[in-house]
Every structure is written in C-alpha cells, then in structure tokens.
Design a protein around this ligand. Structure first.
Ligand code: WT7
Length: 630
C-alpha cells in the first residue's frame, strides 16, 4: 500500500477515491494475499440496503495478518503483552510464534467440531489468548463474537443467545488493578440460559478454583496439548462474515453488528497505515479492550495486517499508580499511543508532577477515540504527553463503520484541537438538516450521514436485516445515518458534537438509555424510569436516572445502591447511573412520550430555559422534579 505523506497527496488520493472509488480501492487491495481476485469491486444500494466489496475474491484475513509476515520477518514482534501486575514479566510474541499459537488453537477448535460459519463467543481478559482465539476463529472460518469481560452474565447470555454461539472461550479469573474478576463464575451463570453452547474452553490465567462441567468445559491448556502448529487456513469468500460485535442503540436490545472479510481487511489495514503514519518497526499501543471495535480494528487486525508490533495491556491506567501508561510507553519504547479522552481527563486530575520522572521521548503520534475530545484535554495530551512535538489524530468512527472515517492523517493534515478534521479517502460525509436536506455549503451544522459505501462498513445486524435498514438507512433516504451531530467549519473541517439520539457515551462506553431503563425497572419498587446523560468532567457524560416508585422509599441511599446493583447485574458496572432521583411522575406528552429534552436540561442543572412545556400532559410534574433535583 502506498502511504500518504503530504497534504497534497491526501487531496489527490481523496479526489481519485471519489471520482473512481472502484479503481481506488482495487489498487489498495492489490497488495494483499488472495487465493482468487475479485470480478467486481463494488455492488451497492442504500435502500435494501446491500453492499458487497470485492465480489468473487477469495482470501483468509489471517494469512494476511500472519503468514505474510511470518515468512518474511519471522522474528519480528507481533504482540507485546503487558500484564496487569508490573512485577509479572511482559511477553514478546513474534509473528512466527503467534502464527504457531493460532494454528495450534485452530486444531483445538476443529477437534471439538467447530466449523466454518459457526459462531464462537469470546469472553476473555486482555491476554494474548484473546488475540489467538479471534485469529483462530477467522482462520477456520468461524465467526467470532467478542463480549467485553466487563459485561454481566445477563448481557453475556443475551449475546450468546442472539447469535446462537456453539462455543464459549473464557478464563478462570483475572485481575484489573486491585480487583479480581471471577470470569468463569460469571460465565457459568450465563451458561444456564444458553442451550446452544456445547463447549466452553477455559484458559487458566490465575489458577483459581472453578467449576468445570464434564463434557462441556475443557481447559485451554489441555485441549491444545499435542495439537500441531501448522494449519492451512480456510479459504473464505470476500463477503463471508468475519465477526459479530454487539453495540447499543437508542431502542431495543444491543445489535449484533456484522462485518465481513475482504472489505474490513482492506479498510482497517489502509486506515491504520495512513492515520497513524505507521513506519516499519514502530511500536503501537492501543489502550482499548479487544471487547470493543477499537480493539478489533486497530489493536489487532489493522496492526497485524501491517506487520506492526502491537502492545496489549491487561490492566488499567491507574494501577499501580497513575503513571502506568507512561511507564509502559517508556518500557516498550512506544511510538504511537492510541487512547480515549476519558482516560486523558482522568489522568489530568492527578496533575503533571508524574511527568518529571517519565521520558516519553519514543512517542511520535498520539491518537484519540471514542468520544469528542474537548479542547482542554487535547491541549493537555499535546503538551504533557506529546511534548508539543506529536501530532494528535482525533479519529471519528463507530462499531458500524469498522474503521476510522474522519480523522487527521498524522504528519500530513494540519491539526485543529477538538476537530476530527477531514474525511479519509473513500469517505463521503454529508451534513443534513432535520428534514434531511443536504447542507452543501460551509460552515454547516446538522446531522452527520455518509452517502457512499466504504469497504469497512457493517453489512447487516446479525439475524435482523430489517433492523439494520431501519436503524441506519431509513431516517434519510439513500444515506447512512451515523446518529451523530456535527459542525463543518468554513475550511471544511468536521467537529463531531455527539449523539443526537438516545445513546449516551459514558467514559467511551456506548450505552442505550432504554437498556438502562429496562434494568432499573426490574427493581421491585420501581414503576417506571427515564435515563438521560449529563456532562461529566472525567467521563464525558454520566447517567442520571429519574425513577417513579411504587411506594414511599424510607431509605433512598439503600434504594440507590440497589438500583445500581440491578444495573450492574443486568448490563455491567460501567452502566451504573451516577445520579438517581425519585420523582412523582415523568414529563410526558399527551401521546405518552417522555420528553427527554426537559429531563436533560434538569440533569444539566439548567432549569431556567426548559423550552415549550405546553404539550405536556401534566406540566406541574416538571416543577416537582426541579424541586427534587436541588
Ligand atoms: C460513537 C461510536 C469508534 C470506536 C469507539 C467507539 C462517538 C467515537 C469519536 C470522536 C467524537 C466520537 C460517536 C460515535 N465517537 N469517536 N473521535 N469524536 N465522537 O465506538 O462504541 O460504536 O461508538 O462514539 O458518538 O457515534 P462505538
């Protein structure tokens, strides 16, 4: 792949990608290993919708991640693993070694009967085996569905059931900071509800005493014993599914976003190389968990496709102290650091003394992802971490987009704090108003849509194509609707202003208000609830729950703790509301719709300008809520 190294080259690439998208992406795809080339680069419409890239082509993404590099540079390091506890040794896994581990695990999966097209759920901490499991699935043609290890048993069960997984891969337990998480115990609670699971493979991480169900549960270490370390990859069609990843929307249960093989491969590889301006031999450190799309596309696939060295960190930025990310950076001489604004803001609260004892001179490029980065955090990151010499790439994208869509290209695009700047080649953003009219001039402010397919985009919601159409392609005809609002300035630079739907971004975790409300409503004393987001210094947004109860609650502290516990059990601890207010009623329209706009204002503490409340069924309810919020 040719790397973009000047702004002029970016402009030319962009122009070409719009004038001749098929020619543009075909040229990028030339540099990959194919069993057979495509006969048609792109077929698409955004009405059904149907998108198909590189039709007729055959390949396996893991040959491009592993075999290519293992053949040329067997001893170059693919993964540096940094454990939670800094006293435990880190691991350096070469491309050759990683390929062997993946091959071995392919045999293990085959041994228990997993085959092409089967869904395999991966519920693991940040250990190399998570990468091995994902790659082995891809290598045998099974569809991986990674569930973040912070999700509860109920969430895990929902996800397993929705995609009908036949196998679960998990670990006995692991530590995040000081906290021990007994993963297999949580998995066991889920497995009671998941009849499709025939096998549960357990990696022994901490030697914890756990239950193993004979016939179903097997130790990773035993299963892989005596498996050969060579395996020839399943040859996949370009549009064969690669993975499912669940994400939250405004309504209903989380959706299983489905990504396919060739387009995702080309797109993550291309964007990794260009956005981070990756140079051979450099060390890339992405702090995201493999349970999220950032972990899939950049920590793993994008990095390995480029033969890069990727750092995988099991712990958290504040353990054993708030210098941990800088220690890892210095220890492994990290060149590119990719993290989230919430992490930056939380480290910001500790001050800058810590930097006196850290070097950080290896850093060259910094990345930000997951939520809008405010100007303050941007400057802190730029000054104290990047020492004013590293570009910051503020990368805007989504689980559904598979890869980065709007972002600076490091060393190439002139930066502007808090702006994701310009679309990458092949990406055609449009700003539309409420009526769906495209705002062609600049500046413009409205909802962000994309009007042309890019190779990395999701193809469907697993098992529910109608929901895919409805969610992304029905709001505005012939456009992919992102759910985000944005501003385009006079120079054509984009600033993402946040979600315009009922999705809330808490510390970079995407949470649907409906999901949290459903969880809260499970509490026996709750009649109804409404959850909104409000600005939070560190988390970006936090959750505020307004709750109607069946009876007078004598101990509101205790009640609040119980509600949070229900949410933790139903979804995961990260979705616990920060504020819980018991209210006599909720502001509803005559048709029964909750007016969240009003609740959002109250949650923000701005009660002077609530807008029009005349359409409310009972306007007095608002007064009562305001009184109670003080
Ligand atoms: C939502 C997608 C993309 C990987 C991690 C999140 C928000 C993401 C940015 C950014 C402003 C951002 C958007 C988007 N978002 N990156 N650089 N600037 N907002 O993936 O969980 O699917 O969430 O995260 O609101 O829609 P996700």
């Amino acid at each position: 792949m040719k790397q973009i190294t000047t702004f002029d080259a970016y402009l030319r690439a962009y122009e070409q990608s719009i004038a001749d998208p098929e020619g543009f992406w075909a040229a990028v795809a030339e540099d990959f290993q194919w069993h057979k080339k495509w006969h048609k680069v792109l077929t698409w419409n955004f009405t059904e919708p149907r998108v198909s890239w590189f039709e007729g082509a055959k390949c396996n993404i893991t040959e491009n991640c592993l075999d290519r590099h293992a053949a040329r540079n067997p001893n170059s390091v693919a993964i540096i693993w940094e454990p939670n506890n800094p006293a435990e040794p880190s691991l350096h896994i070469t491309y050759q070694d990683l390929m062997r581990r993946v091959n071995t695990f392919c045999h293990a999966l085959k041994k228990i009967g997993i085959k092409k097209g089967d869904r395999v759920c991966i519920y693991l901490p940040m250990i190399p085996e998570a990468a091995v499991a994902m790659l082995a699935c891809a290598r045998i043609g099974a569809i991986h569905s990674v569930v973040f290890a912070g999700f509860s048993s109920a969430s895990l069960a929902d996800r397993i059931k929705d995609s009908g997984c036949c196998c679960l891969i998990t670990a006995d337990a692991f530590c995040r900071g000081e906290k021990k998480i007994e993963l297999k115990k949580i998995a066991d609670e889920a497995l009671v509800h998941t009849p499709t699971i025939q096998h549960c493979i357990v990696f022994n991480r901490l030697n914890e005493p756990i239950n193993m169900l004979p016939g179903r549960d097997v130790w990773w270490q035993e299963l892989t014993n005596n498996c050969p370390d060579e395996f020839s990859a399943e040859i996949m069609d370009a549009e064969d599914p690669l993975f499912i990843l669940y994400t939250s929307g405004s309504t209903g249960k989380p959706k299983g976003v489905l990504h396919t093989t060739a387009g995702y491969m080309i797109y993550t590889a291309y964007t990794f190389l260009n956005v981070f301006n990756y140079q051979p031999g450099e060390i890339f450190f992405c702090t995201a968990d493999v349970g999220w799309i950032t972990g899939h596309s950049y920590l793993l696939y994008g990095a390995l496709l480029n033969g890069a060295t990727t750092v995988m960190f099991e712990g958290i930025p504040t353990y054993p102290d708030h210098g941990r990310l800088w220690d890892i950076t210095d220890k492994h001489r990290v060149n590119i650091l990719y993290t989230a604004p919430t992490a930056i803001r939380s480290l910001e609260t500790f001050g800058t003394d810590i930097f006196k004892t850290k070097d950080l001179s290896s850093l060259r490029v910094l990345g930000s992802v997951g939520e809008p980065i405010n100007e303050d955090a941007w400057r802190w990151y730029h000054t104290h971490v990047g020492k004013n010499r590293c570009d910051i790439v503020d990368t805007w994208w989504q689980t559904e987009t598979g890869g980065i869509l709007i972002s600076p290209i490091a060393t190439v695009t002139p930066l502007k704090p808090a702006y994701a700047t310009l679309p990458l080649p092949g990406v055609q953003p449009v700003v539309v108003d409420e009526q769906g009219k495209e705002l062609t001039g600049s500046p413009a402010e409205g909802n962000l849509c994309i009007k042309f397919p890019w190779p990395g985009m999701a193809r469907t919601v697993y098992g529910n194509h109608e929901r895919f159409r409805q969610t992304y392609f029905s709001t505005y005809p012939n456009l992919y609707f992102t759910g985000d609002g944005c501003r385009r300035d006079a120079e054509g630079y984009y600033r993402i202003t946040g979600r315009v739907d009922d999705v809330i971004n808490v510390s970079g975790h995407r949470i649907g208000t409906g999901e949290v409300e459903n969880a809260i409503n499970e509490h026996p004393d709750v009649v109804e609830s409404a959850v909104v987001g409000y600005p939070h210094e560190v988390k970006g947004q936090a959750l505020y729950a307004f709750v109607i109860c069946t009876q007078k609650i004598p101990d509101t502290e205790k009640f609040g703790a119980e509600v949070r516990e229900v949410v933790a059990k139903k979804i995961g601890a990260f979705a616990k509301p920060d504020k819980i207010q018991i209210v006599p009623g909720l502001p509803k329209t005559r048709s029964g719709k909750i007016m969240r706009r009003i609740l959002r204002k109250i949650a923000e503490g701005d009660t002077t300008n609530l807008g029009d409340t005349t359409t409310l069924l009972d306007p007095s309810v608002v007064e009562a809520i305001i009184a109670g919020s003080r």
